[in-house]
Design a protein. Sequence first.
Length: 116
Amino acid sequence: EVQLVESGGGLVQPGGSLSLSCAASGFTFSRYYMSWYRQAPGKERELVAGIRSAGGSIYYADSVKGRFTISRDNAKNTVYLQMNSLKPEDTAVYYCRTNLGGIDYWGQGTQVTVSS
């Protein structure tokens, strides 16, 4: 059974940092593209960052470039999202996602709230 479990969300002040983790199981993690999405209240889910299987090709949404860093540890079957210089507009539920054979798999999400 494919499972993606996010952790690390919370409440942080503007300008602060958080580190999210997504632990994967049930598939050969090292072979697949992994990505982070977010969904703010009343908005559509949007792609934040993605990373190829070997970590060589990385994508960032313009809104997070220079502030967020995606990485992966294939030995630990885990993908990370380091978020720095957080802004109130980064407030959202953050999800990790992978696609296996045309089927999307999502984690349950972790809430990130940026507020003073």
